[in-house]
Ligand binder design. Structure first.
Ligand code: ACM
Length: 755
């Protein structure tokens, strides 16, 4: 049954329950949406004598439900066999899919069937979501009514992950548990705990006390944004670490929720904190501090025997703590500058017949893999571990797009999908200027929701290597747990549906409806989610008229075109708005008299290229298509802080040529070009541009930066032109010492304003 029916059924149920008896309307709003759900008439009533009937097969799940109900109903719950007024667990060998379950509720009982404790646990999570949201906090109220339903459910992917970086900012054990609890609610099963990085080492390693004394603390922290100039720092000492006892406590907490924790110990890069504690682990032997700003650092582990011994000893303690079948060893963003000039590194290259530093990184990873494999575990690495030769048993975490995923899966390796374009929850989620500072980019809820973890290039057989998706939370710009929640929710809800719900059962409109209701559940859970449901979205239709859309179409949109803020009496939006002159559109969503969404503002610039023909010799990257070539002359400038919005077109490494043909000859005085410039995100404006016209043979080379993201070409040509061509070379390979060094730079281009 499609999720659309789910809404319909919940409305019908509301009516039935209102008319039948004095039962509060029962609403069904399950995230992630189950495989199939049928709503039946009636309900099950939890009263003070309702029992839980146990089977020994599902002790974790039964205990979990029992504890939840005992807290929320403020009474003890007996577990003994019964068939009436009971929540009954049954082992069912015919349910063969891993983590699958069925849940049937009627007036007599709630019957949960599964063949694994994990399946029973996900049934319990569904059951909790069927309860009124008020029960997320103890309410001490019975009876409680639950809708009568038949649910059959199983996940789409075996790996359903969330990541959390605790190096850039540290979060206490209580918050880590809250995060894990929320993951469990959303039927996620893998927590990727990013425990070490340049800015702080966060796990106690008893053999190396300086990791606790030195590597866990930095002297100051960058304030504002990395791209700010000048950079400012606060000079407060910052840091801390999890003791092994705390780590054990978190692992046990996660285990009881069927969540495996994958620890990440970064190598050979992102190692400056460890090298600050033990300079002999680096190639220079120089003293360095724990990093105080974000980015990529040249202090990486030296491939000498002392380093391998250190890392093996660290991993011994890590593997002693974490039962995970996977150990994440990082592998990303390791600049090779120091290896190039290090006698030790060069000697290892020579002795092992390696071609270059890329093969040395591969040697490093493969050597560590062998060690991890010898302890019966497997490694996961970021997709850089493909460079110089992939370690034989490694699982690849594909983050720089999906090319790494395709290459790894085709080579028979398992893959976890975390491309920045759809999985980096440190990106902005709204175009509103009052969003808290984020790293950059733009990843709204809808884009997360529509993520398909299976790259198109894979055959069905190869696609079996895609274990599943993961949302990543890098915390450079999240100083508090409230801020982490703001960035994680509701995007984690969308990711849970990407990971769990069959593709044919996904439906964004249904999802939004359920998210709106889920707000109340998250309120009860004290989760500081972002709420952008009442924001407006605008785009041009085929007639070049501007359309406004809201996710909640049952409310009104009102707008003005004269720069004033719309009120409840402003023009009601009924049809797309024509664009024939400069204008400022201001609009908002109203529930009758009350404005319920934030103000939407859009400037329109009616310049000489609007309505012309435009072509580009290359397609933009599939993750950053903007509004296509036409979007470059649509009169709308992209955001100065979100390069992933509907205006910016992203090209990865390509040189591009743009041709604009005007309806009739025009005089050109000046062209304003907009390029995004964010070296921290590998985005560079081109170093020059070539300008050509048919009327004026020869070429002119320009590049003059005028203001933020804008570059002006002052045209000194006589007469009118019919068409122009702009040749825009890519910046090239990112130089050493910069973030993403060695990778191709991105070019992001937006409005070409012709005056
Ligand atoms: C990463 O975002 N550096 C894996």
């Amino acid at each position: 049954m499609s999720a659309r029916f789910l809404i319909l059924y919940s409305l019908i149920l509301t009516l039935l329950s209102c008319t039948e008896q004095e039962v509060k309307p029962l609403r069904i709003s399950i995230i992630p949406a189950p495989q199939s759900l049928l709503v039946n008439p009636g309900y099950f009533t939890i009263d003070p004598s309702t029992l839980i009937s146990n089977t020994d097969d599902f002790t974790h799940s039964v205990d979990f439900l029992k504890s939840f109900l005992e807290v929320t109903t403020n009474r003890s719950w007996e577990t003994k066999y019964a068939t009436e007024n009971v929540i009954l667990f049954e082992y069912d060998a015919s349910i063969t899919a891993a983590e699958a379950y069925t849940l049937e509720s009627n007036a007599q009982q709630i019957l949960i069937k599964a063949s694994t404790d994990a399946g029973a646990f996900y049934a319990v999570q569904t059951l909790i979501q069927l309860l009124p949201f008020e029960l997320e906090k103890p309410v001490n109220a019975q009876p409680i009514h639950l809708p009568a339903v038949s649910i059959k459910d199983q996940p789409r992917f075996s790996y359903r992950g969330m990541h959390l970086d605790v190096s850039r900012h540290l979060f206490d054990v209580e918050f880590i548990k809250k995060y894990i609890d929320a993951m469990a609610m959303l039927k996620m099963n893998s927590f990727h705990w990013h425990l070490t990085d340049d800015q702080g080492w966060r796990i106690e390693i008893k053999k190396y006390p300086k990791l606790q004394e030195i590597a866990a603390y930095r002297d100051s922290t960058l304030m504002g944004h990395y791209n700010d100039s000048p950079r400012l720092y606060n000079d407060k000492k910052y840091g801390g670490f999890y003791t092994q006892e705390e780590v054990r406590e978190v692992i046990a907490f996660a285990k009881a929720r069927h969540i495996n924790i994958i620890p990440e110990i970064e190598m050979p890069g992102h190692a400056q904190a460890a090298i600050a504690a033990y300079p002999e682990l680096g190639c220079t032997g120089n003293e360095t501090g724990v990093a105080t700003e974000w980015g990529v650092f040249e202090n990486i582990y030296c491939p000498n025997e002392a380093t391998f011994t250190f890392l093996e000893n660290v991993l011994d303690e890590v593997m002693e703590l974490f039962p995970s079948p996977y150990i994440h060893i990082g592998g990303d963003e390791a600049p090779k500058t120091q290896w190039k000039t290090s006698d030790i590194a060069q000697q290892v290259i020579k002795e092992n017949g390696l071609k270059d530093e890329a093969e040395l990184q591969s040697y490093f990873i493969q050597r560590m893999e062998k060690y991890v494999n010898s302890k019966g575990r497997n490694i996961i690495g970021w997709d850089e571990i493909l460079e110089g030769g992939l370690a034989p048993n490694a699982t690849v975490m594909s983050w720089r797009g999906t090319a790494g995923a395709v290459e790894a899966a085709k080579a028979g390796h398992d893959v976890i999908m975390t491309p920045t374009s759809h999985c980096y929850f440190d990106y902005y989620q709204s175009e509103n200027d009052d969003e808290p500072t984020a790293i950059g980019g733009f990843l709204p809820l809808e884009k997360v929701y529509h993520f398909n973890p299976i790259p198109k290039e894979l055959t069905a057989e190869e696609a079996k290597h895609i274990l599943g998706p993961q949302g990543n939370i890098w915390t450079e710009y999240m100083t508090t747990s409230d801020q982490v929640e703001y960035m994680a929710f509701p995007r984690m809800l969308a990711m849970s549906e990407v990971a769990w719900t069959a593709a044919e059962n996904k439906d964004y409109a249904s999802f939004i409806n359920r998210v709106e209701y889920f707000h109340k559940r998250m309120d009860e859970m004290d989760i500081n989610y972002a709420n952008h449901l009442c924001e407006l979205k605008g785009s041009f239709n085929e007639s070049q008229e501007y359309e406004l859309q809201t996710l909640l179409p049952h409310y009104d949109i009102r707008y003005t075109l004269d720069g004033t803020e719309p009120t409840a009496t402003a023009t009601l939006y009924k049809a797309p708005i024509p664009f024939t002159a400069n204008m400022t559109l201001k609009a908002a969503v109203f529930n009758e008299e009350k404005q319920i969404g934030r103000l939407f503002t859009q400037e329109f610039l009616y310049h000489k290229a609007v309505g012309a023909n435009i072509s580009i010799n290359k397609e933009p990257h599939k993750s950053y298509p903007g509004s296509g070539a036409a979007g470059l002359i649509n009169g709308i400038k992209g955001s100065d802080s979100r390069y992933g919005d509907s205006e910016w077109l992203g090209f990865w490494g390509d040189d591009i040529e743009i041709e604009i043909t005007f309806k009739e000859s025009i005089e050109i005085n000046e062209i304003e070009l907009r390029f995004y410039n964010a070296p921290g995100q590998w985005i560079y404006a081109p170093t020059h541009i070539v300008y050509l016209t048919s009327e004026m043979p020869g070429e002119k080379v320009y590049m003059e930066k005028s203001k933020e993201n804008s570059y002006n070409l002052k045209i000194d040509q006589p007469g009118a032109v019919d068409s122009i061509k702009l040749v825009i070379p890519n910046y090239g390979i990112i130089p050493d010492g910069k973030q993403g060094a060695g990778n191709k730079a991105w070019t992001f281009i937006d409005e070409i304003i012709i005056n």
